[in-house]
Design a protein around this ligand. Structure first.
Ligand code: OAD
Length: 241
């Protein structure tokens, strides 16, 4: 473990171009529930059954109640040492991109700037009628909320299952996967595409893949270094050595 930790630190220190991919596990120590872990369920509903366009079409009020609950939780959360370590390594690298599947905005609060938000942002609200988008931090008094301009339903500015990843974020990430020397994957179950295939893309051209997760995941065998533990401890250990 120590030898691997030192080798991973060296790979990070010596690389010119670096990509970091994060998932819900990175925010778990800040108090944001993960999707597939304990605390992810809401009123006995599986998040996976709520984060879909079909669920919203059928029952927008319930989907909004879930998002309002998540927004309430996230509002009280602050970035942790893992977020801070990622923001810090960005400043040290000439070529860097953070790809996050998280919608909580905690990376930005920690200071990350070179970032692709694959699944959108929970603080953005978009009109299903006129397409108007704005950042809204406060709770909505009435759910589901309606557009002040055209009265159509508002929806959270996130990407649901079956929807497209924002094209700029996707193309920027795919280009980075072609050139990065190191890909660090942290706190994601690596089951949701397209991010689940990042590790294969980089390993295929012999880039260094490093994983940090509490558990083994489908990409653990592909990673050159795969660490079991908390991102709040391991990311500073790997990135800030
Ligand atoms: P998941 O909930 O699927 O996975 C979280 C991962 O983080 C698991 O592999 C945990 O073992 C790990 N984990 C939890 N706490 C950790 C900690 N403190 N340190 C290290 N690892 C930890 O979340 P994602 O992989 O982000 O998409 O899920 C991907 C996407 O599926 C989400 O963006 C969301 C979800 O449904 C949509 O809503 C479209």
């Amino acid at each position: 473990m120590d030898a691997d930790l030192n080798a991973a630190r060296r790979a990070v220190r010596d690389c010119r171009s670096m990509c970091v991919l994060t998932g819900a596990g990175v925010s778990a120590e800040s108090g944001v529930p993960t999707f597939r872990g304990p605390g992810g369920m809401w009123k006995n509903r599986d998040p996976m059954s709520l984060a879909t366009p079909e669920a919203f079409e059928e029952d927008p009020k319930t989907v909004w109640e879930w998002y309002q609950w998540r927004r309430g939780l996230i509002r009280k959360c602050s970035p942790n040492a893992g977020h801070a370590a990622i923001a810090r390594i960005e400043r040290e690298k000439e070529d860097f991109l953070l790809v996050t599947q998280n919608v909580d905005g905690l990376h930005r609060l920690a200071g990350s700037k070179k970032m692709a938000e694959f699944h959108g942002n929970i603080w953005i609200v978009r009109c299903t009628g006129c397409g108007r988008e704005e950042e809204v931090r406060d709770d909505f008094p009435v759910l589901p909320p309606r557009c002040p301009s055209c009265e159509a339903l508002l929806r959270p500015g996130v990407v649901w299952f079956g929807e497209q990843i924002p094209s700029a974020a996707l193309s920027e990430s795919l280009a980075m996967l072609e050139r990065c020397d190191v890909l660090l994957i942290a706190g994601t179950s690596s089951v949701v595409q397209p991010s689940a295939s990042f590790a294969y893309a980089v390993a295929r051209r012999r880039g260094t893949v490093i994983e940090v997760n509490l558990e083994e995941t489908p990409i653990s065998d592909v990673a050159r270094y795969s660490f079991r533990g908390r991102t709040g401890e391991l990311l500073p250990a790997i990135l800030c050595a």
